[in-house]
Write a protein that binds this ligand. Structure first.
Ligand code: ARG
Length: 475
């Protein structure tokens, strides 16, 4: 059903209707559209623009439609243009002309962005909950490996030994920033646009703040033109999703490398691996690869919306209809990827012995020699030079740093003596990294404990926000 037509002598060409039509993707806004219609109905009734009797029958019909939409017994048909027109058809089929009463003081322009804000908040909270579950999995896995040394890398070359628990836990901190961003985003997105009308507000006695409160929004638009044009929250959500995808892709990369035959550190559970159709021996880390690969479309969706918004005139332009599919796709992608990656992390075991054996190789303890000299007030550039010489001699003579003799140490630098051997062990190196946030296992244990506490707090906050949102939706 079209929501316009009075001034047209002809209906749209098939190709025009086909290009305009959005109901095949925006149908998922239906529950939010129905709920925001209830809020709009409440203000029309409060200001006497609809009789109590009409308001009652419309409310009842909206409730019924909500049931039917959720049961799948009311759906869009070929001739519906978008979710708003499909639902108005549903109302008029039930109520006749009264079904069109809700259009007073409301345009699809303020309606669609209100629906999309509600949809985004609901799904952002779902994603946030999945993110915290992933953080828990990471931190719990990390706590199993606090006392296990492994080589730490820069340039994928052995750099300095680290606690493998520290290495795993870092991912939880990246996701903590995503959760922070989500929290900021929620405040900026929880703004109602209803009452902005097509672009200029309304001459009817609407109360945007009343409607906002009814829908659980924290605030109301300040400028009606901005209200119908603003899609910052879509772009920002897509940035958050792209960043999450970026973080997932780095986990994917690590898991892929760590489960290669060359590393053989990670043993991914069978249930989270896949096989090859031709090579019977293969066990591939496809979940890790998809975590890495899917990040491409998450970045792409952000680019798509930013490009669509660039230079767009205010207020509503039909270009804005292009905000939905990228947003939906990013949400659907994360809803698929997050549980699979969380499961993969939970069920991966690491080869402690192999990592510990690798930890001191590649002269990863050379910094200890430089630090030893720096503690004796040798200027660091000199200390670094001396440690470099130790590495060069060891490389030439095929020895490890602790195997250099006292005489050799003394020739390299007068301040260098046999005492340095005490720090030339992996455990010595790890335990000495006691600057806050460092890799000393006692600190790592504390960091993980604190991160788990923060994780629990975030989990509770998200659950309570989501509960309040669900209660608003079913009110
Ligand atoms: N379906 C449109 C969208 O998703 C909303 C309709 C607004 N259309 C209009 N001609 N003002 O953006």
């Amino acid at each position: 059903m079209a929501l316009w037509g009075g001034r047209f002598a002809q209906g749209p060409e098939d190709s025009v209707f086909a290009l305009s039509r959005s109901v095949h993707f925006d149908w998922r806004l239906a529950p939010y559209d129905l709920r925001s219609s209830m809020a709009h109905l409440a203000i029309l009734k409060k200001s006497g623009l609809i009789t109590s009797k009409d308001a009652e029958v419309i409310h009842k019909a909206l409730k019924e439609l909500t049931q039917e939409v959720s049961a799948g017994s009311f759906t869009a048909i070929e001739t519906d243009e978008d979710v708003h027109s499909a639902l108005e058809r549903g109302l008029t089929e039930k109520l006749g002309a009264v079904g069109g009463a809700l259009r007073a003081g409301r345009s699809r322009n303020d309606q669609v962005t209100t629906d999309l804000r509600l949809f985004s908040i609901d799904h952002m909270l779902e994603i946030a909950a999945l993110l915290t579950a992933m953080q828990t999995a990471i931190l719990e896995k990390a706590s199993e490996y606090i006392n296990d040394p492994a080589p730490g890398f820069t340039h994928i070359q052995h750099a300095q030994p680290v606690s493998f628990g520290h290495e795993l836990a870092k991912h939880a901190h990246a996701f903590a920033r995503d959760l922070d961003r989500i929290n900021d985003w929620l405040a900026r997105t929880s703004v109602s646009s209803l009452g902005a009308g097509a672009l200029s507000g309304s001459s009817l006695a609407l109360e945007p703040a009343f409607t906002a409160k009814n829908l659980g929004f924290e605030s109301t638009f300040a400028n009606s033109i901005d209200a119908v044009s603003d899609r910052d929250y879509v772009a920002e959500a897509l940035f958050i999703f792209a960043m999450i995808g970026n973080h997932l892709s780095r986990i994917g990369e690590e898991w892929t490398i760590w489960s290669s035959q060359e590393f053989a550190w990670a043993k991914v559970a069978d249930a989270y691996s896949t096989g090859s159709s031709i090579m019977p021996q293969k066990k591939n880390p496809d979940m890790a690869e998809l975590a890495r690969g899917k990040s491409g479309r998450l970045v792409g969706n952000l680019m798509s919306v930013l490009t669509m918004l660039k230079g767009l005139p205010f207020a509503y332009n039909r270009d804005l209809q292009e905000d939905k599919e990228p947003l939906f796709d990013s949400i659907d992608t994360l809803l698929l990827v997050l549980p699979a990656v969380t499961g993969m992390i939970k069920t991966t075991d690491f080869d402690r012995e192999k990592m510990a054996l690798a930890a001191p190789t590649g002269f990863s303890l050379a910094t200890e020699i430089a630090d030893y000299l720096a503690k004796k007030k040798v200027p660091f550039a000199q200390a670094h030079e001396a440690a470099g010489k130790c590495v060069a001699i060891c490389e030439e003579t095929d020895r490890q740093l602790h195997q250099l003799t006292d005489e050799e140490f003394a020739t390299i630098h007068p301040e260098l003596d046999g005492g340095v051997r005490e720090v030339l062990t992996v455990h010595g190196a790890l335990n000495s990294r006691t600057t806050s946030g460092g890799t000393a296992p006692t600190l790592v244990a504390q960091q993980i404990k604190e991160a788990l506490q923060a994780n629990l707090k975030t989990q509770q906050e998200i659950a309570s926000k989501h509960k309040a949102f669900s209660e608003m939706m079913s009110a």
